[in-house]
Ligand binder design. Structure first.
Ligand code: ADP
Ligand code: MG
Length: 475
């Protein structure tokens, strides 16, 4: 084997790059230097303690997967923290990446099995313990009530969540549906409820799952003829949290199976918590009988936080990260980022990173630069109209041609590309994409997406189309 620290790290990086946002990659991975490789132990140098903690908190799973791919199951990572004032010697801080999961009681440290050693587990979340079979909750302990800042914008949802956590299945808030726009805290709040329940009722089986994953598991179970196992598994849960149910739009099979699971849980006094980006009345392509169930309990909205709440959220975050920032800068950020808590945090993270790399003080100037970048980036929202226009322009045709019923190959391809990008870049359902791109049905859109995937793999020219259009549509 001719691995070197460099070569191993380069390969890890290319894997990591594919799995995170470019900005995050630039911020957190580019500054790392590989320093040493001995056996399965790679040493990397990171610029500061803060930096290493950040990696540990946010990217440990990804790092582990990347490293295990290169160095096998025994892979270990050592961080060498570059000391800022060199009073203590340059002794590396050792942090191991756990190479096995012996302690099933610590879910936050468990790491999903890698592709290669995926075992045949019937129930997707059962992890084998010593005596007892335990279901891994998939909860993130960092999302709790304590750090979910209360404000007018979220008071109802937050207190309903707390009520549910005190008496899961025992309030009239069943199901509890939390809805609101992106980045307003739906995922955070739904975890917080689960975390609190686990705390108060350790014996209850709580499960958090995204609708996407739920759908995928259901499809897999149909393929492998284990649909009943799938249903039974979910019917065992005491508190079921399903995130982003709008994703079930147009998926009749998954909705059907969820309907049965829901009824079973509800009848047995089990708690169901759902989140969605829309209120039930505005949900499209969700079966009526399911919608009416959603309305049984309480629908609570998360609204955009007001100025005071934004300030509190920022201050709380700074406090937790141990960072001090002058008030006028915090106020500037809160005044300018209004509609999304994730962005509010994003600006802070960028500022902290910038300041710590470039050894810069926080300044209003820096804040302005970063806020500007965020505001610009989020303004550019891609619509299906825009996609159709750009794709047509690229192929030198007009939108009417792209939408027409013709079967001419180059027009069909252009249409399929438009559908593919609509699926990829917007949150619109397949049915609605079909509707907007020449009155096709959802199956046609699905077929288009698959065809584009296939052609991208096999046809160089076509791949170039996809790359060109990606650039046009996303930059
Ligand atoms: P959504 O699921 O609605 O898109 P998230 O739950 O992912 O939003 O929230 C986005 C980010 O904002 C998360 O990091 C979350 O911790 C943070 N956040 C949202 N609301 C609050 C709040 N009230 N207090 C503290 N942090 C919040
Ligand atoms: Mg979410």
């Amino acid at each position: 084997m001719s691995h070197t620290a460099e070569s191993v790290w380069t390969d890890c990086l290319s894997f990591i790059k594919d799995n995170i946002k470019p900005q995050a990659y630039k911020t957190w991975f580019e500054p790392i230097k590989p320093v040493k490789l001995s056996g399965e132990v790679l040493t990397i140098q990171v610029p500061s303690k803060f930096f290493y903690e950040w990696l540990e908190e946010h990217y440990i799973k990804l790092l582990r997967v990347a490293l295990v791919r290169q160095l096998g199951n025994e892979a270990k990572l050592i961080y060498d923290v570059k000391m800022e004032n060199n009073y203590s010697s340059n002794r590396p801080q050792t942090v191991k990446i756990p190479s096995s999961n012996r302690d099933p009681l610590k879910p936050q440290r468990t790491i999903a099995p890698l592709e290669s050693d995926k075992r045949e587990l019937r129930n997707p979340f059962i992890i084998p313990g010593l005596q007892k079979v335990k279901i891994e909750s998939q909860l993130n302990p960092n999302y709790n009530f304590e750090n979910f800042i209360e404000g007018d914008s979220n008071r109802l949802a937050r207190s309903a969540g707390m009520a549910v956590a005190n008496k899961p299945g025992g309030t009239s808030f069943n199901p509890l549906l939390i809805y609101g726009g992106v980045g307003l805290g739906k995922t955070h709040l739904s975890h917080a409820i689960g975390v609190d329940i686990k705390d108060k009722y350790p014996d209850k089986t709580v499960l958090y799952i995204s609708s996407e994953k739920f759908t995928q598991q259901f499809i897999d179970s149909v393929k492998s003829n284990t649909r009943n196992d799938f249903i039974h598994f979910y019917q065992m849960i005491d508190v079921l949290i399903i995130d982003d149910v709008q994703f079930l739009s147009g998926k009749a099979g998954t909705q059907d199976v969820f309907f049965h699971i829901f009824n079973h849980l509800h009848q047995n006094g089990k708690q169901v918590i759902l989140t969605s980006d829309k209120a039930p009345v505005d949900m499209q392509d969700i079966e009526q009988r399911l919608l009416s169930r959603f309305k049984w309990g309480l629908s609570a909205e998360l609204q955009a936080p007001d100025y005071e709440t934004r300030i509190s959220i920022l201050q709380n975050k700074l406090y937790r990260d141990g960072v001090e920032m002058p008030d006028d800068i915090v106020e500037y950020v809160a005044k300018n980022i209004k509609s999304n808590v994730r962005e509010l945090e994003g600006v802070l993270i960028s500022m902290i990173a910038q300041a710590s790399f470039n050894r810069r003080e926080f300044s209003l100037d820096l804040a302005k630069q970063i806020v500007d970048k965020f505001v610009k980036n989020t303004k550019k929202e891609v619509s299906i109209d825009y996609i159709q226009k750009e794709v047509s322009k690229y192929f030198d045709m007009d939108v009417a041609t792209l939408q027409s019923k013709t079967r001419k190959r180059h027009i069909v391809q252009a249409r399929q590309l438009a559908m593919f990008f609509a699926k990829r870049l917007t949150k619109t359902s397949l049915a609605s994409i079909g509707n907007q791109i020449g009155q096709r049905d959802h199956a046609t859109v699905l077929h288009a997406c698959k065809t584009v995937d296939n052609l991208t793999e096999t046809d160089k020219q076509f791949k170039k189309y996809v790359e060109d259009l990606t650039k046009k549509l996303t930059f």
